[in-house]
Design a protein around this ligand. Structure first.
Ligand code: GLP
Length: 253
């Protein structure tokens, strides 16, 4: 395990033996934050990667009394055109994998609304809600194979804000596994921008599996560049990268 002195240039990289151990590490970070700051604001992510972390948080709630009653959450993104009851909407995902199983006040859980009639106006409101909540204390992120974070695809600006975006072909193909076919995957989404994400006080990126190794290597070792959105995390002072051995396998560290 490597840990960073925040004054050094070395990123804070935690490598665990497998995905389960990495998920446990991240869940522990979240639990520490909730215990030390019961009214914290958490940034949450979807995708296959965080499911085990959420499972562990549910276990901590049920068996150890981890208390979410004063916690506020903001998710990164949502598909445009999918409502909360659509099984592939991110609102549905979050309810299924976390929110319905903990004692969080539903009115404190936020995701962009994929059915908003004025999407751009809604995006601006979402930003405002984050500010009014006091900003995000701890943001969980995954990484796409093409380096996307949330739905900020290659080419997204480092100062981008919450907005409507087109999904990359590769993302549509990867996410098709959750839908009946690739044709059913929405082509557009609402996503926090990279600038929005970089305003979180602390960020934890979780990546598991050798399939993510090259995306992780580019994020950490190549210069920060819009071709690989996750590389912009290098400009944030407090990011922890939590990896399993597969995801860490291409790092020079
Ligand atoms: C999705 C999400 C991202 C997520 C990424 C990786 O499209 N919008 O927030 O990090 O893709 O997903 P997975 O964890 O399934 O590999």
């Amino acid at each position: 395990m490597m840990s960073r002195d925040l004054r050094s240039d070395q990123p804070d990289v935690i490598v665990r033996s497998d995905a389960t151990a990495a998920a446990k590490f991240v869940a522990d970070r979240f639990a520490e934050t909730i215990r030390s700051l019961p009214q914290c604001v958490l940034g949450l992510a979807t995708g296959g990667t965080p499911i085990e972390t959420y499972r562990e948080l549910i276990r901590m709630h049920q068996e150890e009394g981890l208390d979410f009653s004063a916690v506020t959450t903001f998710n990164l993104d949502e598909y445009v055109g999918l409502g909360p009851d659509h099984p592939q909407s991110y609102r549905h995902f979050m309810r299924q994998h976390l929110l319905d199983h903990i004692n969080i006040d539903p009115s404190r859980t936020h995701l962009p609304d994929g059915l908003a009639t004025d999407l751009q106006g809604h995006a601006a409101e979402y930003e405002q809600q984050i500010v009014e909540a006091g900003g995000i204390d701890l943001q969980l992120l995954g990484i796409g194979h093409n380096g996307h974070i949330a739905f900020n695809e290659p080419g997204a600006a480092g100062d981008s804000r919450t907005r409507v975006v087109q999904l990359a072909e590769q993302t549509i193909e990867k996410n098709a596994r959750f839908f009946a076919s690739a044709d059913e995957v929405p082509r557009t989404a609402l996503t926090m921008g990279i600038g929005t994400i970089l305003e979180a006080k602390r960020i934890v990126m979780l990546a598991t599996g050798a399939g993510k190794a090259e995306a992780v290597r580019r994020a950490l070792e190549d210069p920060a560049d819009a071709d690989h959105p996750a590389s912009f995390l290098q400009t944030h002072a407090n990011v922890t990268y939590v990896l399993d051995q597969g995801a860490a396998s291409r790092l020079r560290l």
